[in-house]
Design a protein around this ligand. Structure first.
Ligand code: CA
Length: 237
């Protein structure tokens, strides 16, 4: 089944660019150019992701989002905001946006955010409803395995219990196994692009994760790259 993206954007040039790129990437795309039309389309269809501009005629994006969330709390919404529009971001957060993209944007960034929204949604979905099994097979490194569909983590024969944040962090490391991930990458993917706060939170969670995933075992999988970040990989020793 194709993933469907709704673009709510009154600037024709931007909307057309998004439509073209997303269609090219294999998404089903629909467009609305006013807030009212966007809200109606948003509520009447099933969307993988909604891209919602904030400055819209008739109804602002923030208002569209507020009304949309009264009915639909699940569909991911990514707001398109003007550069440095901090008040927009704050009120958008309050009304339930999943992410933000600041204009002018790189199309690659938009695509990455859309993929992240779809991935996060899938992780939270119950089993048996999608083709997720096919797209999200087990991820393993050494004797550590994640079964994303069941949110199951095992090492050898041991089943490992993780909190949701620990799990997300581990999934991100595992999806990018054998690569060094910078603290900035980890923060933006696991805590969200607009995370404001101390990046030491990563070290804290890596410690939690190690305690469960590495400390009890001889072979360590999570590695620190001083001054850079972390990786998960199997070493020779
Ligand atoms: Ca606009």
């Amino acid at each position: 089944m194709k993933e469907a993206v709704l673009i709510v954007e009154d600037e024709d040039k931007i909307a057309r660019l998004l439509e073209m790129e997303l269609s090219y990437e294999g998404y089903e795309v629909a467009r609305a150019s006013t807030g009212r039309e966007g809200l109606a389309l948003g509520l009447s269809g099933t969307w993988s992701v909604i891209l919602l501009d904030i400055m819209l005629p008739e109804l602002s994006g923030t208002e569209v989002l507020r009304r949309f969330r009264q009915t639909d709390e699940v569909t991911p919404v990514i707001l398109l905001t003007a550069r440095d529009a901090v008040p927009d971001k704050v009120s958008g957060l309050d009304s339930g946006a999943n992410d933000y993209i600041t204009k002018p944007f790189e199309i690659e960034e938009v695509l990455a955010r859309i993929r992240a929204c779809i991935r996060n949604r899938r992780i939270g979905e119950p089993a048996g409803q999608t083709d997720a099994q096919e797209e999200f097979p087990e991820i393993s490194i050494g004797d550590l395995t994640i079964v994303p569909l069941m949110r199951k983590v095992t090492r050898g024969r041991d089943s490992i219990e993780l909190t949701p944040k620990e799990y997300e962090l581990l999934v991100y490391l595992m999806e990018n196994r054998n690569q060094v991930l910078t603290r900035e990458q980890i923060i933006s993917k696991v805590w969200g692009y607009d995370f404001v706060g101390d990046t030491n939170v990563i070290d804290v969670y890596i410690r939690y994760l190690r305690k469960k995933v590495d400390y009890p075992y001889t072979r360590k999988l999570i590695h620190t790259h001083r001054g850079v970040g972390y990786s998960i990989r199997e070493t020779e020793e």
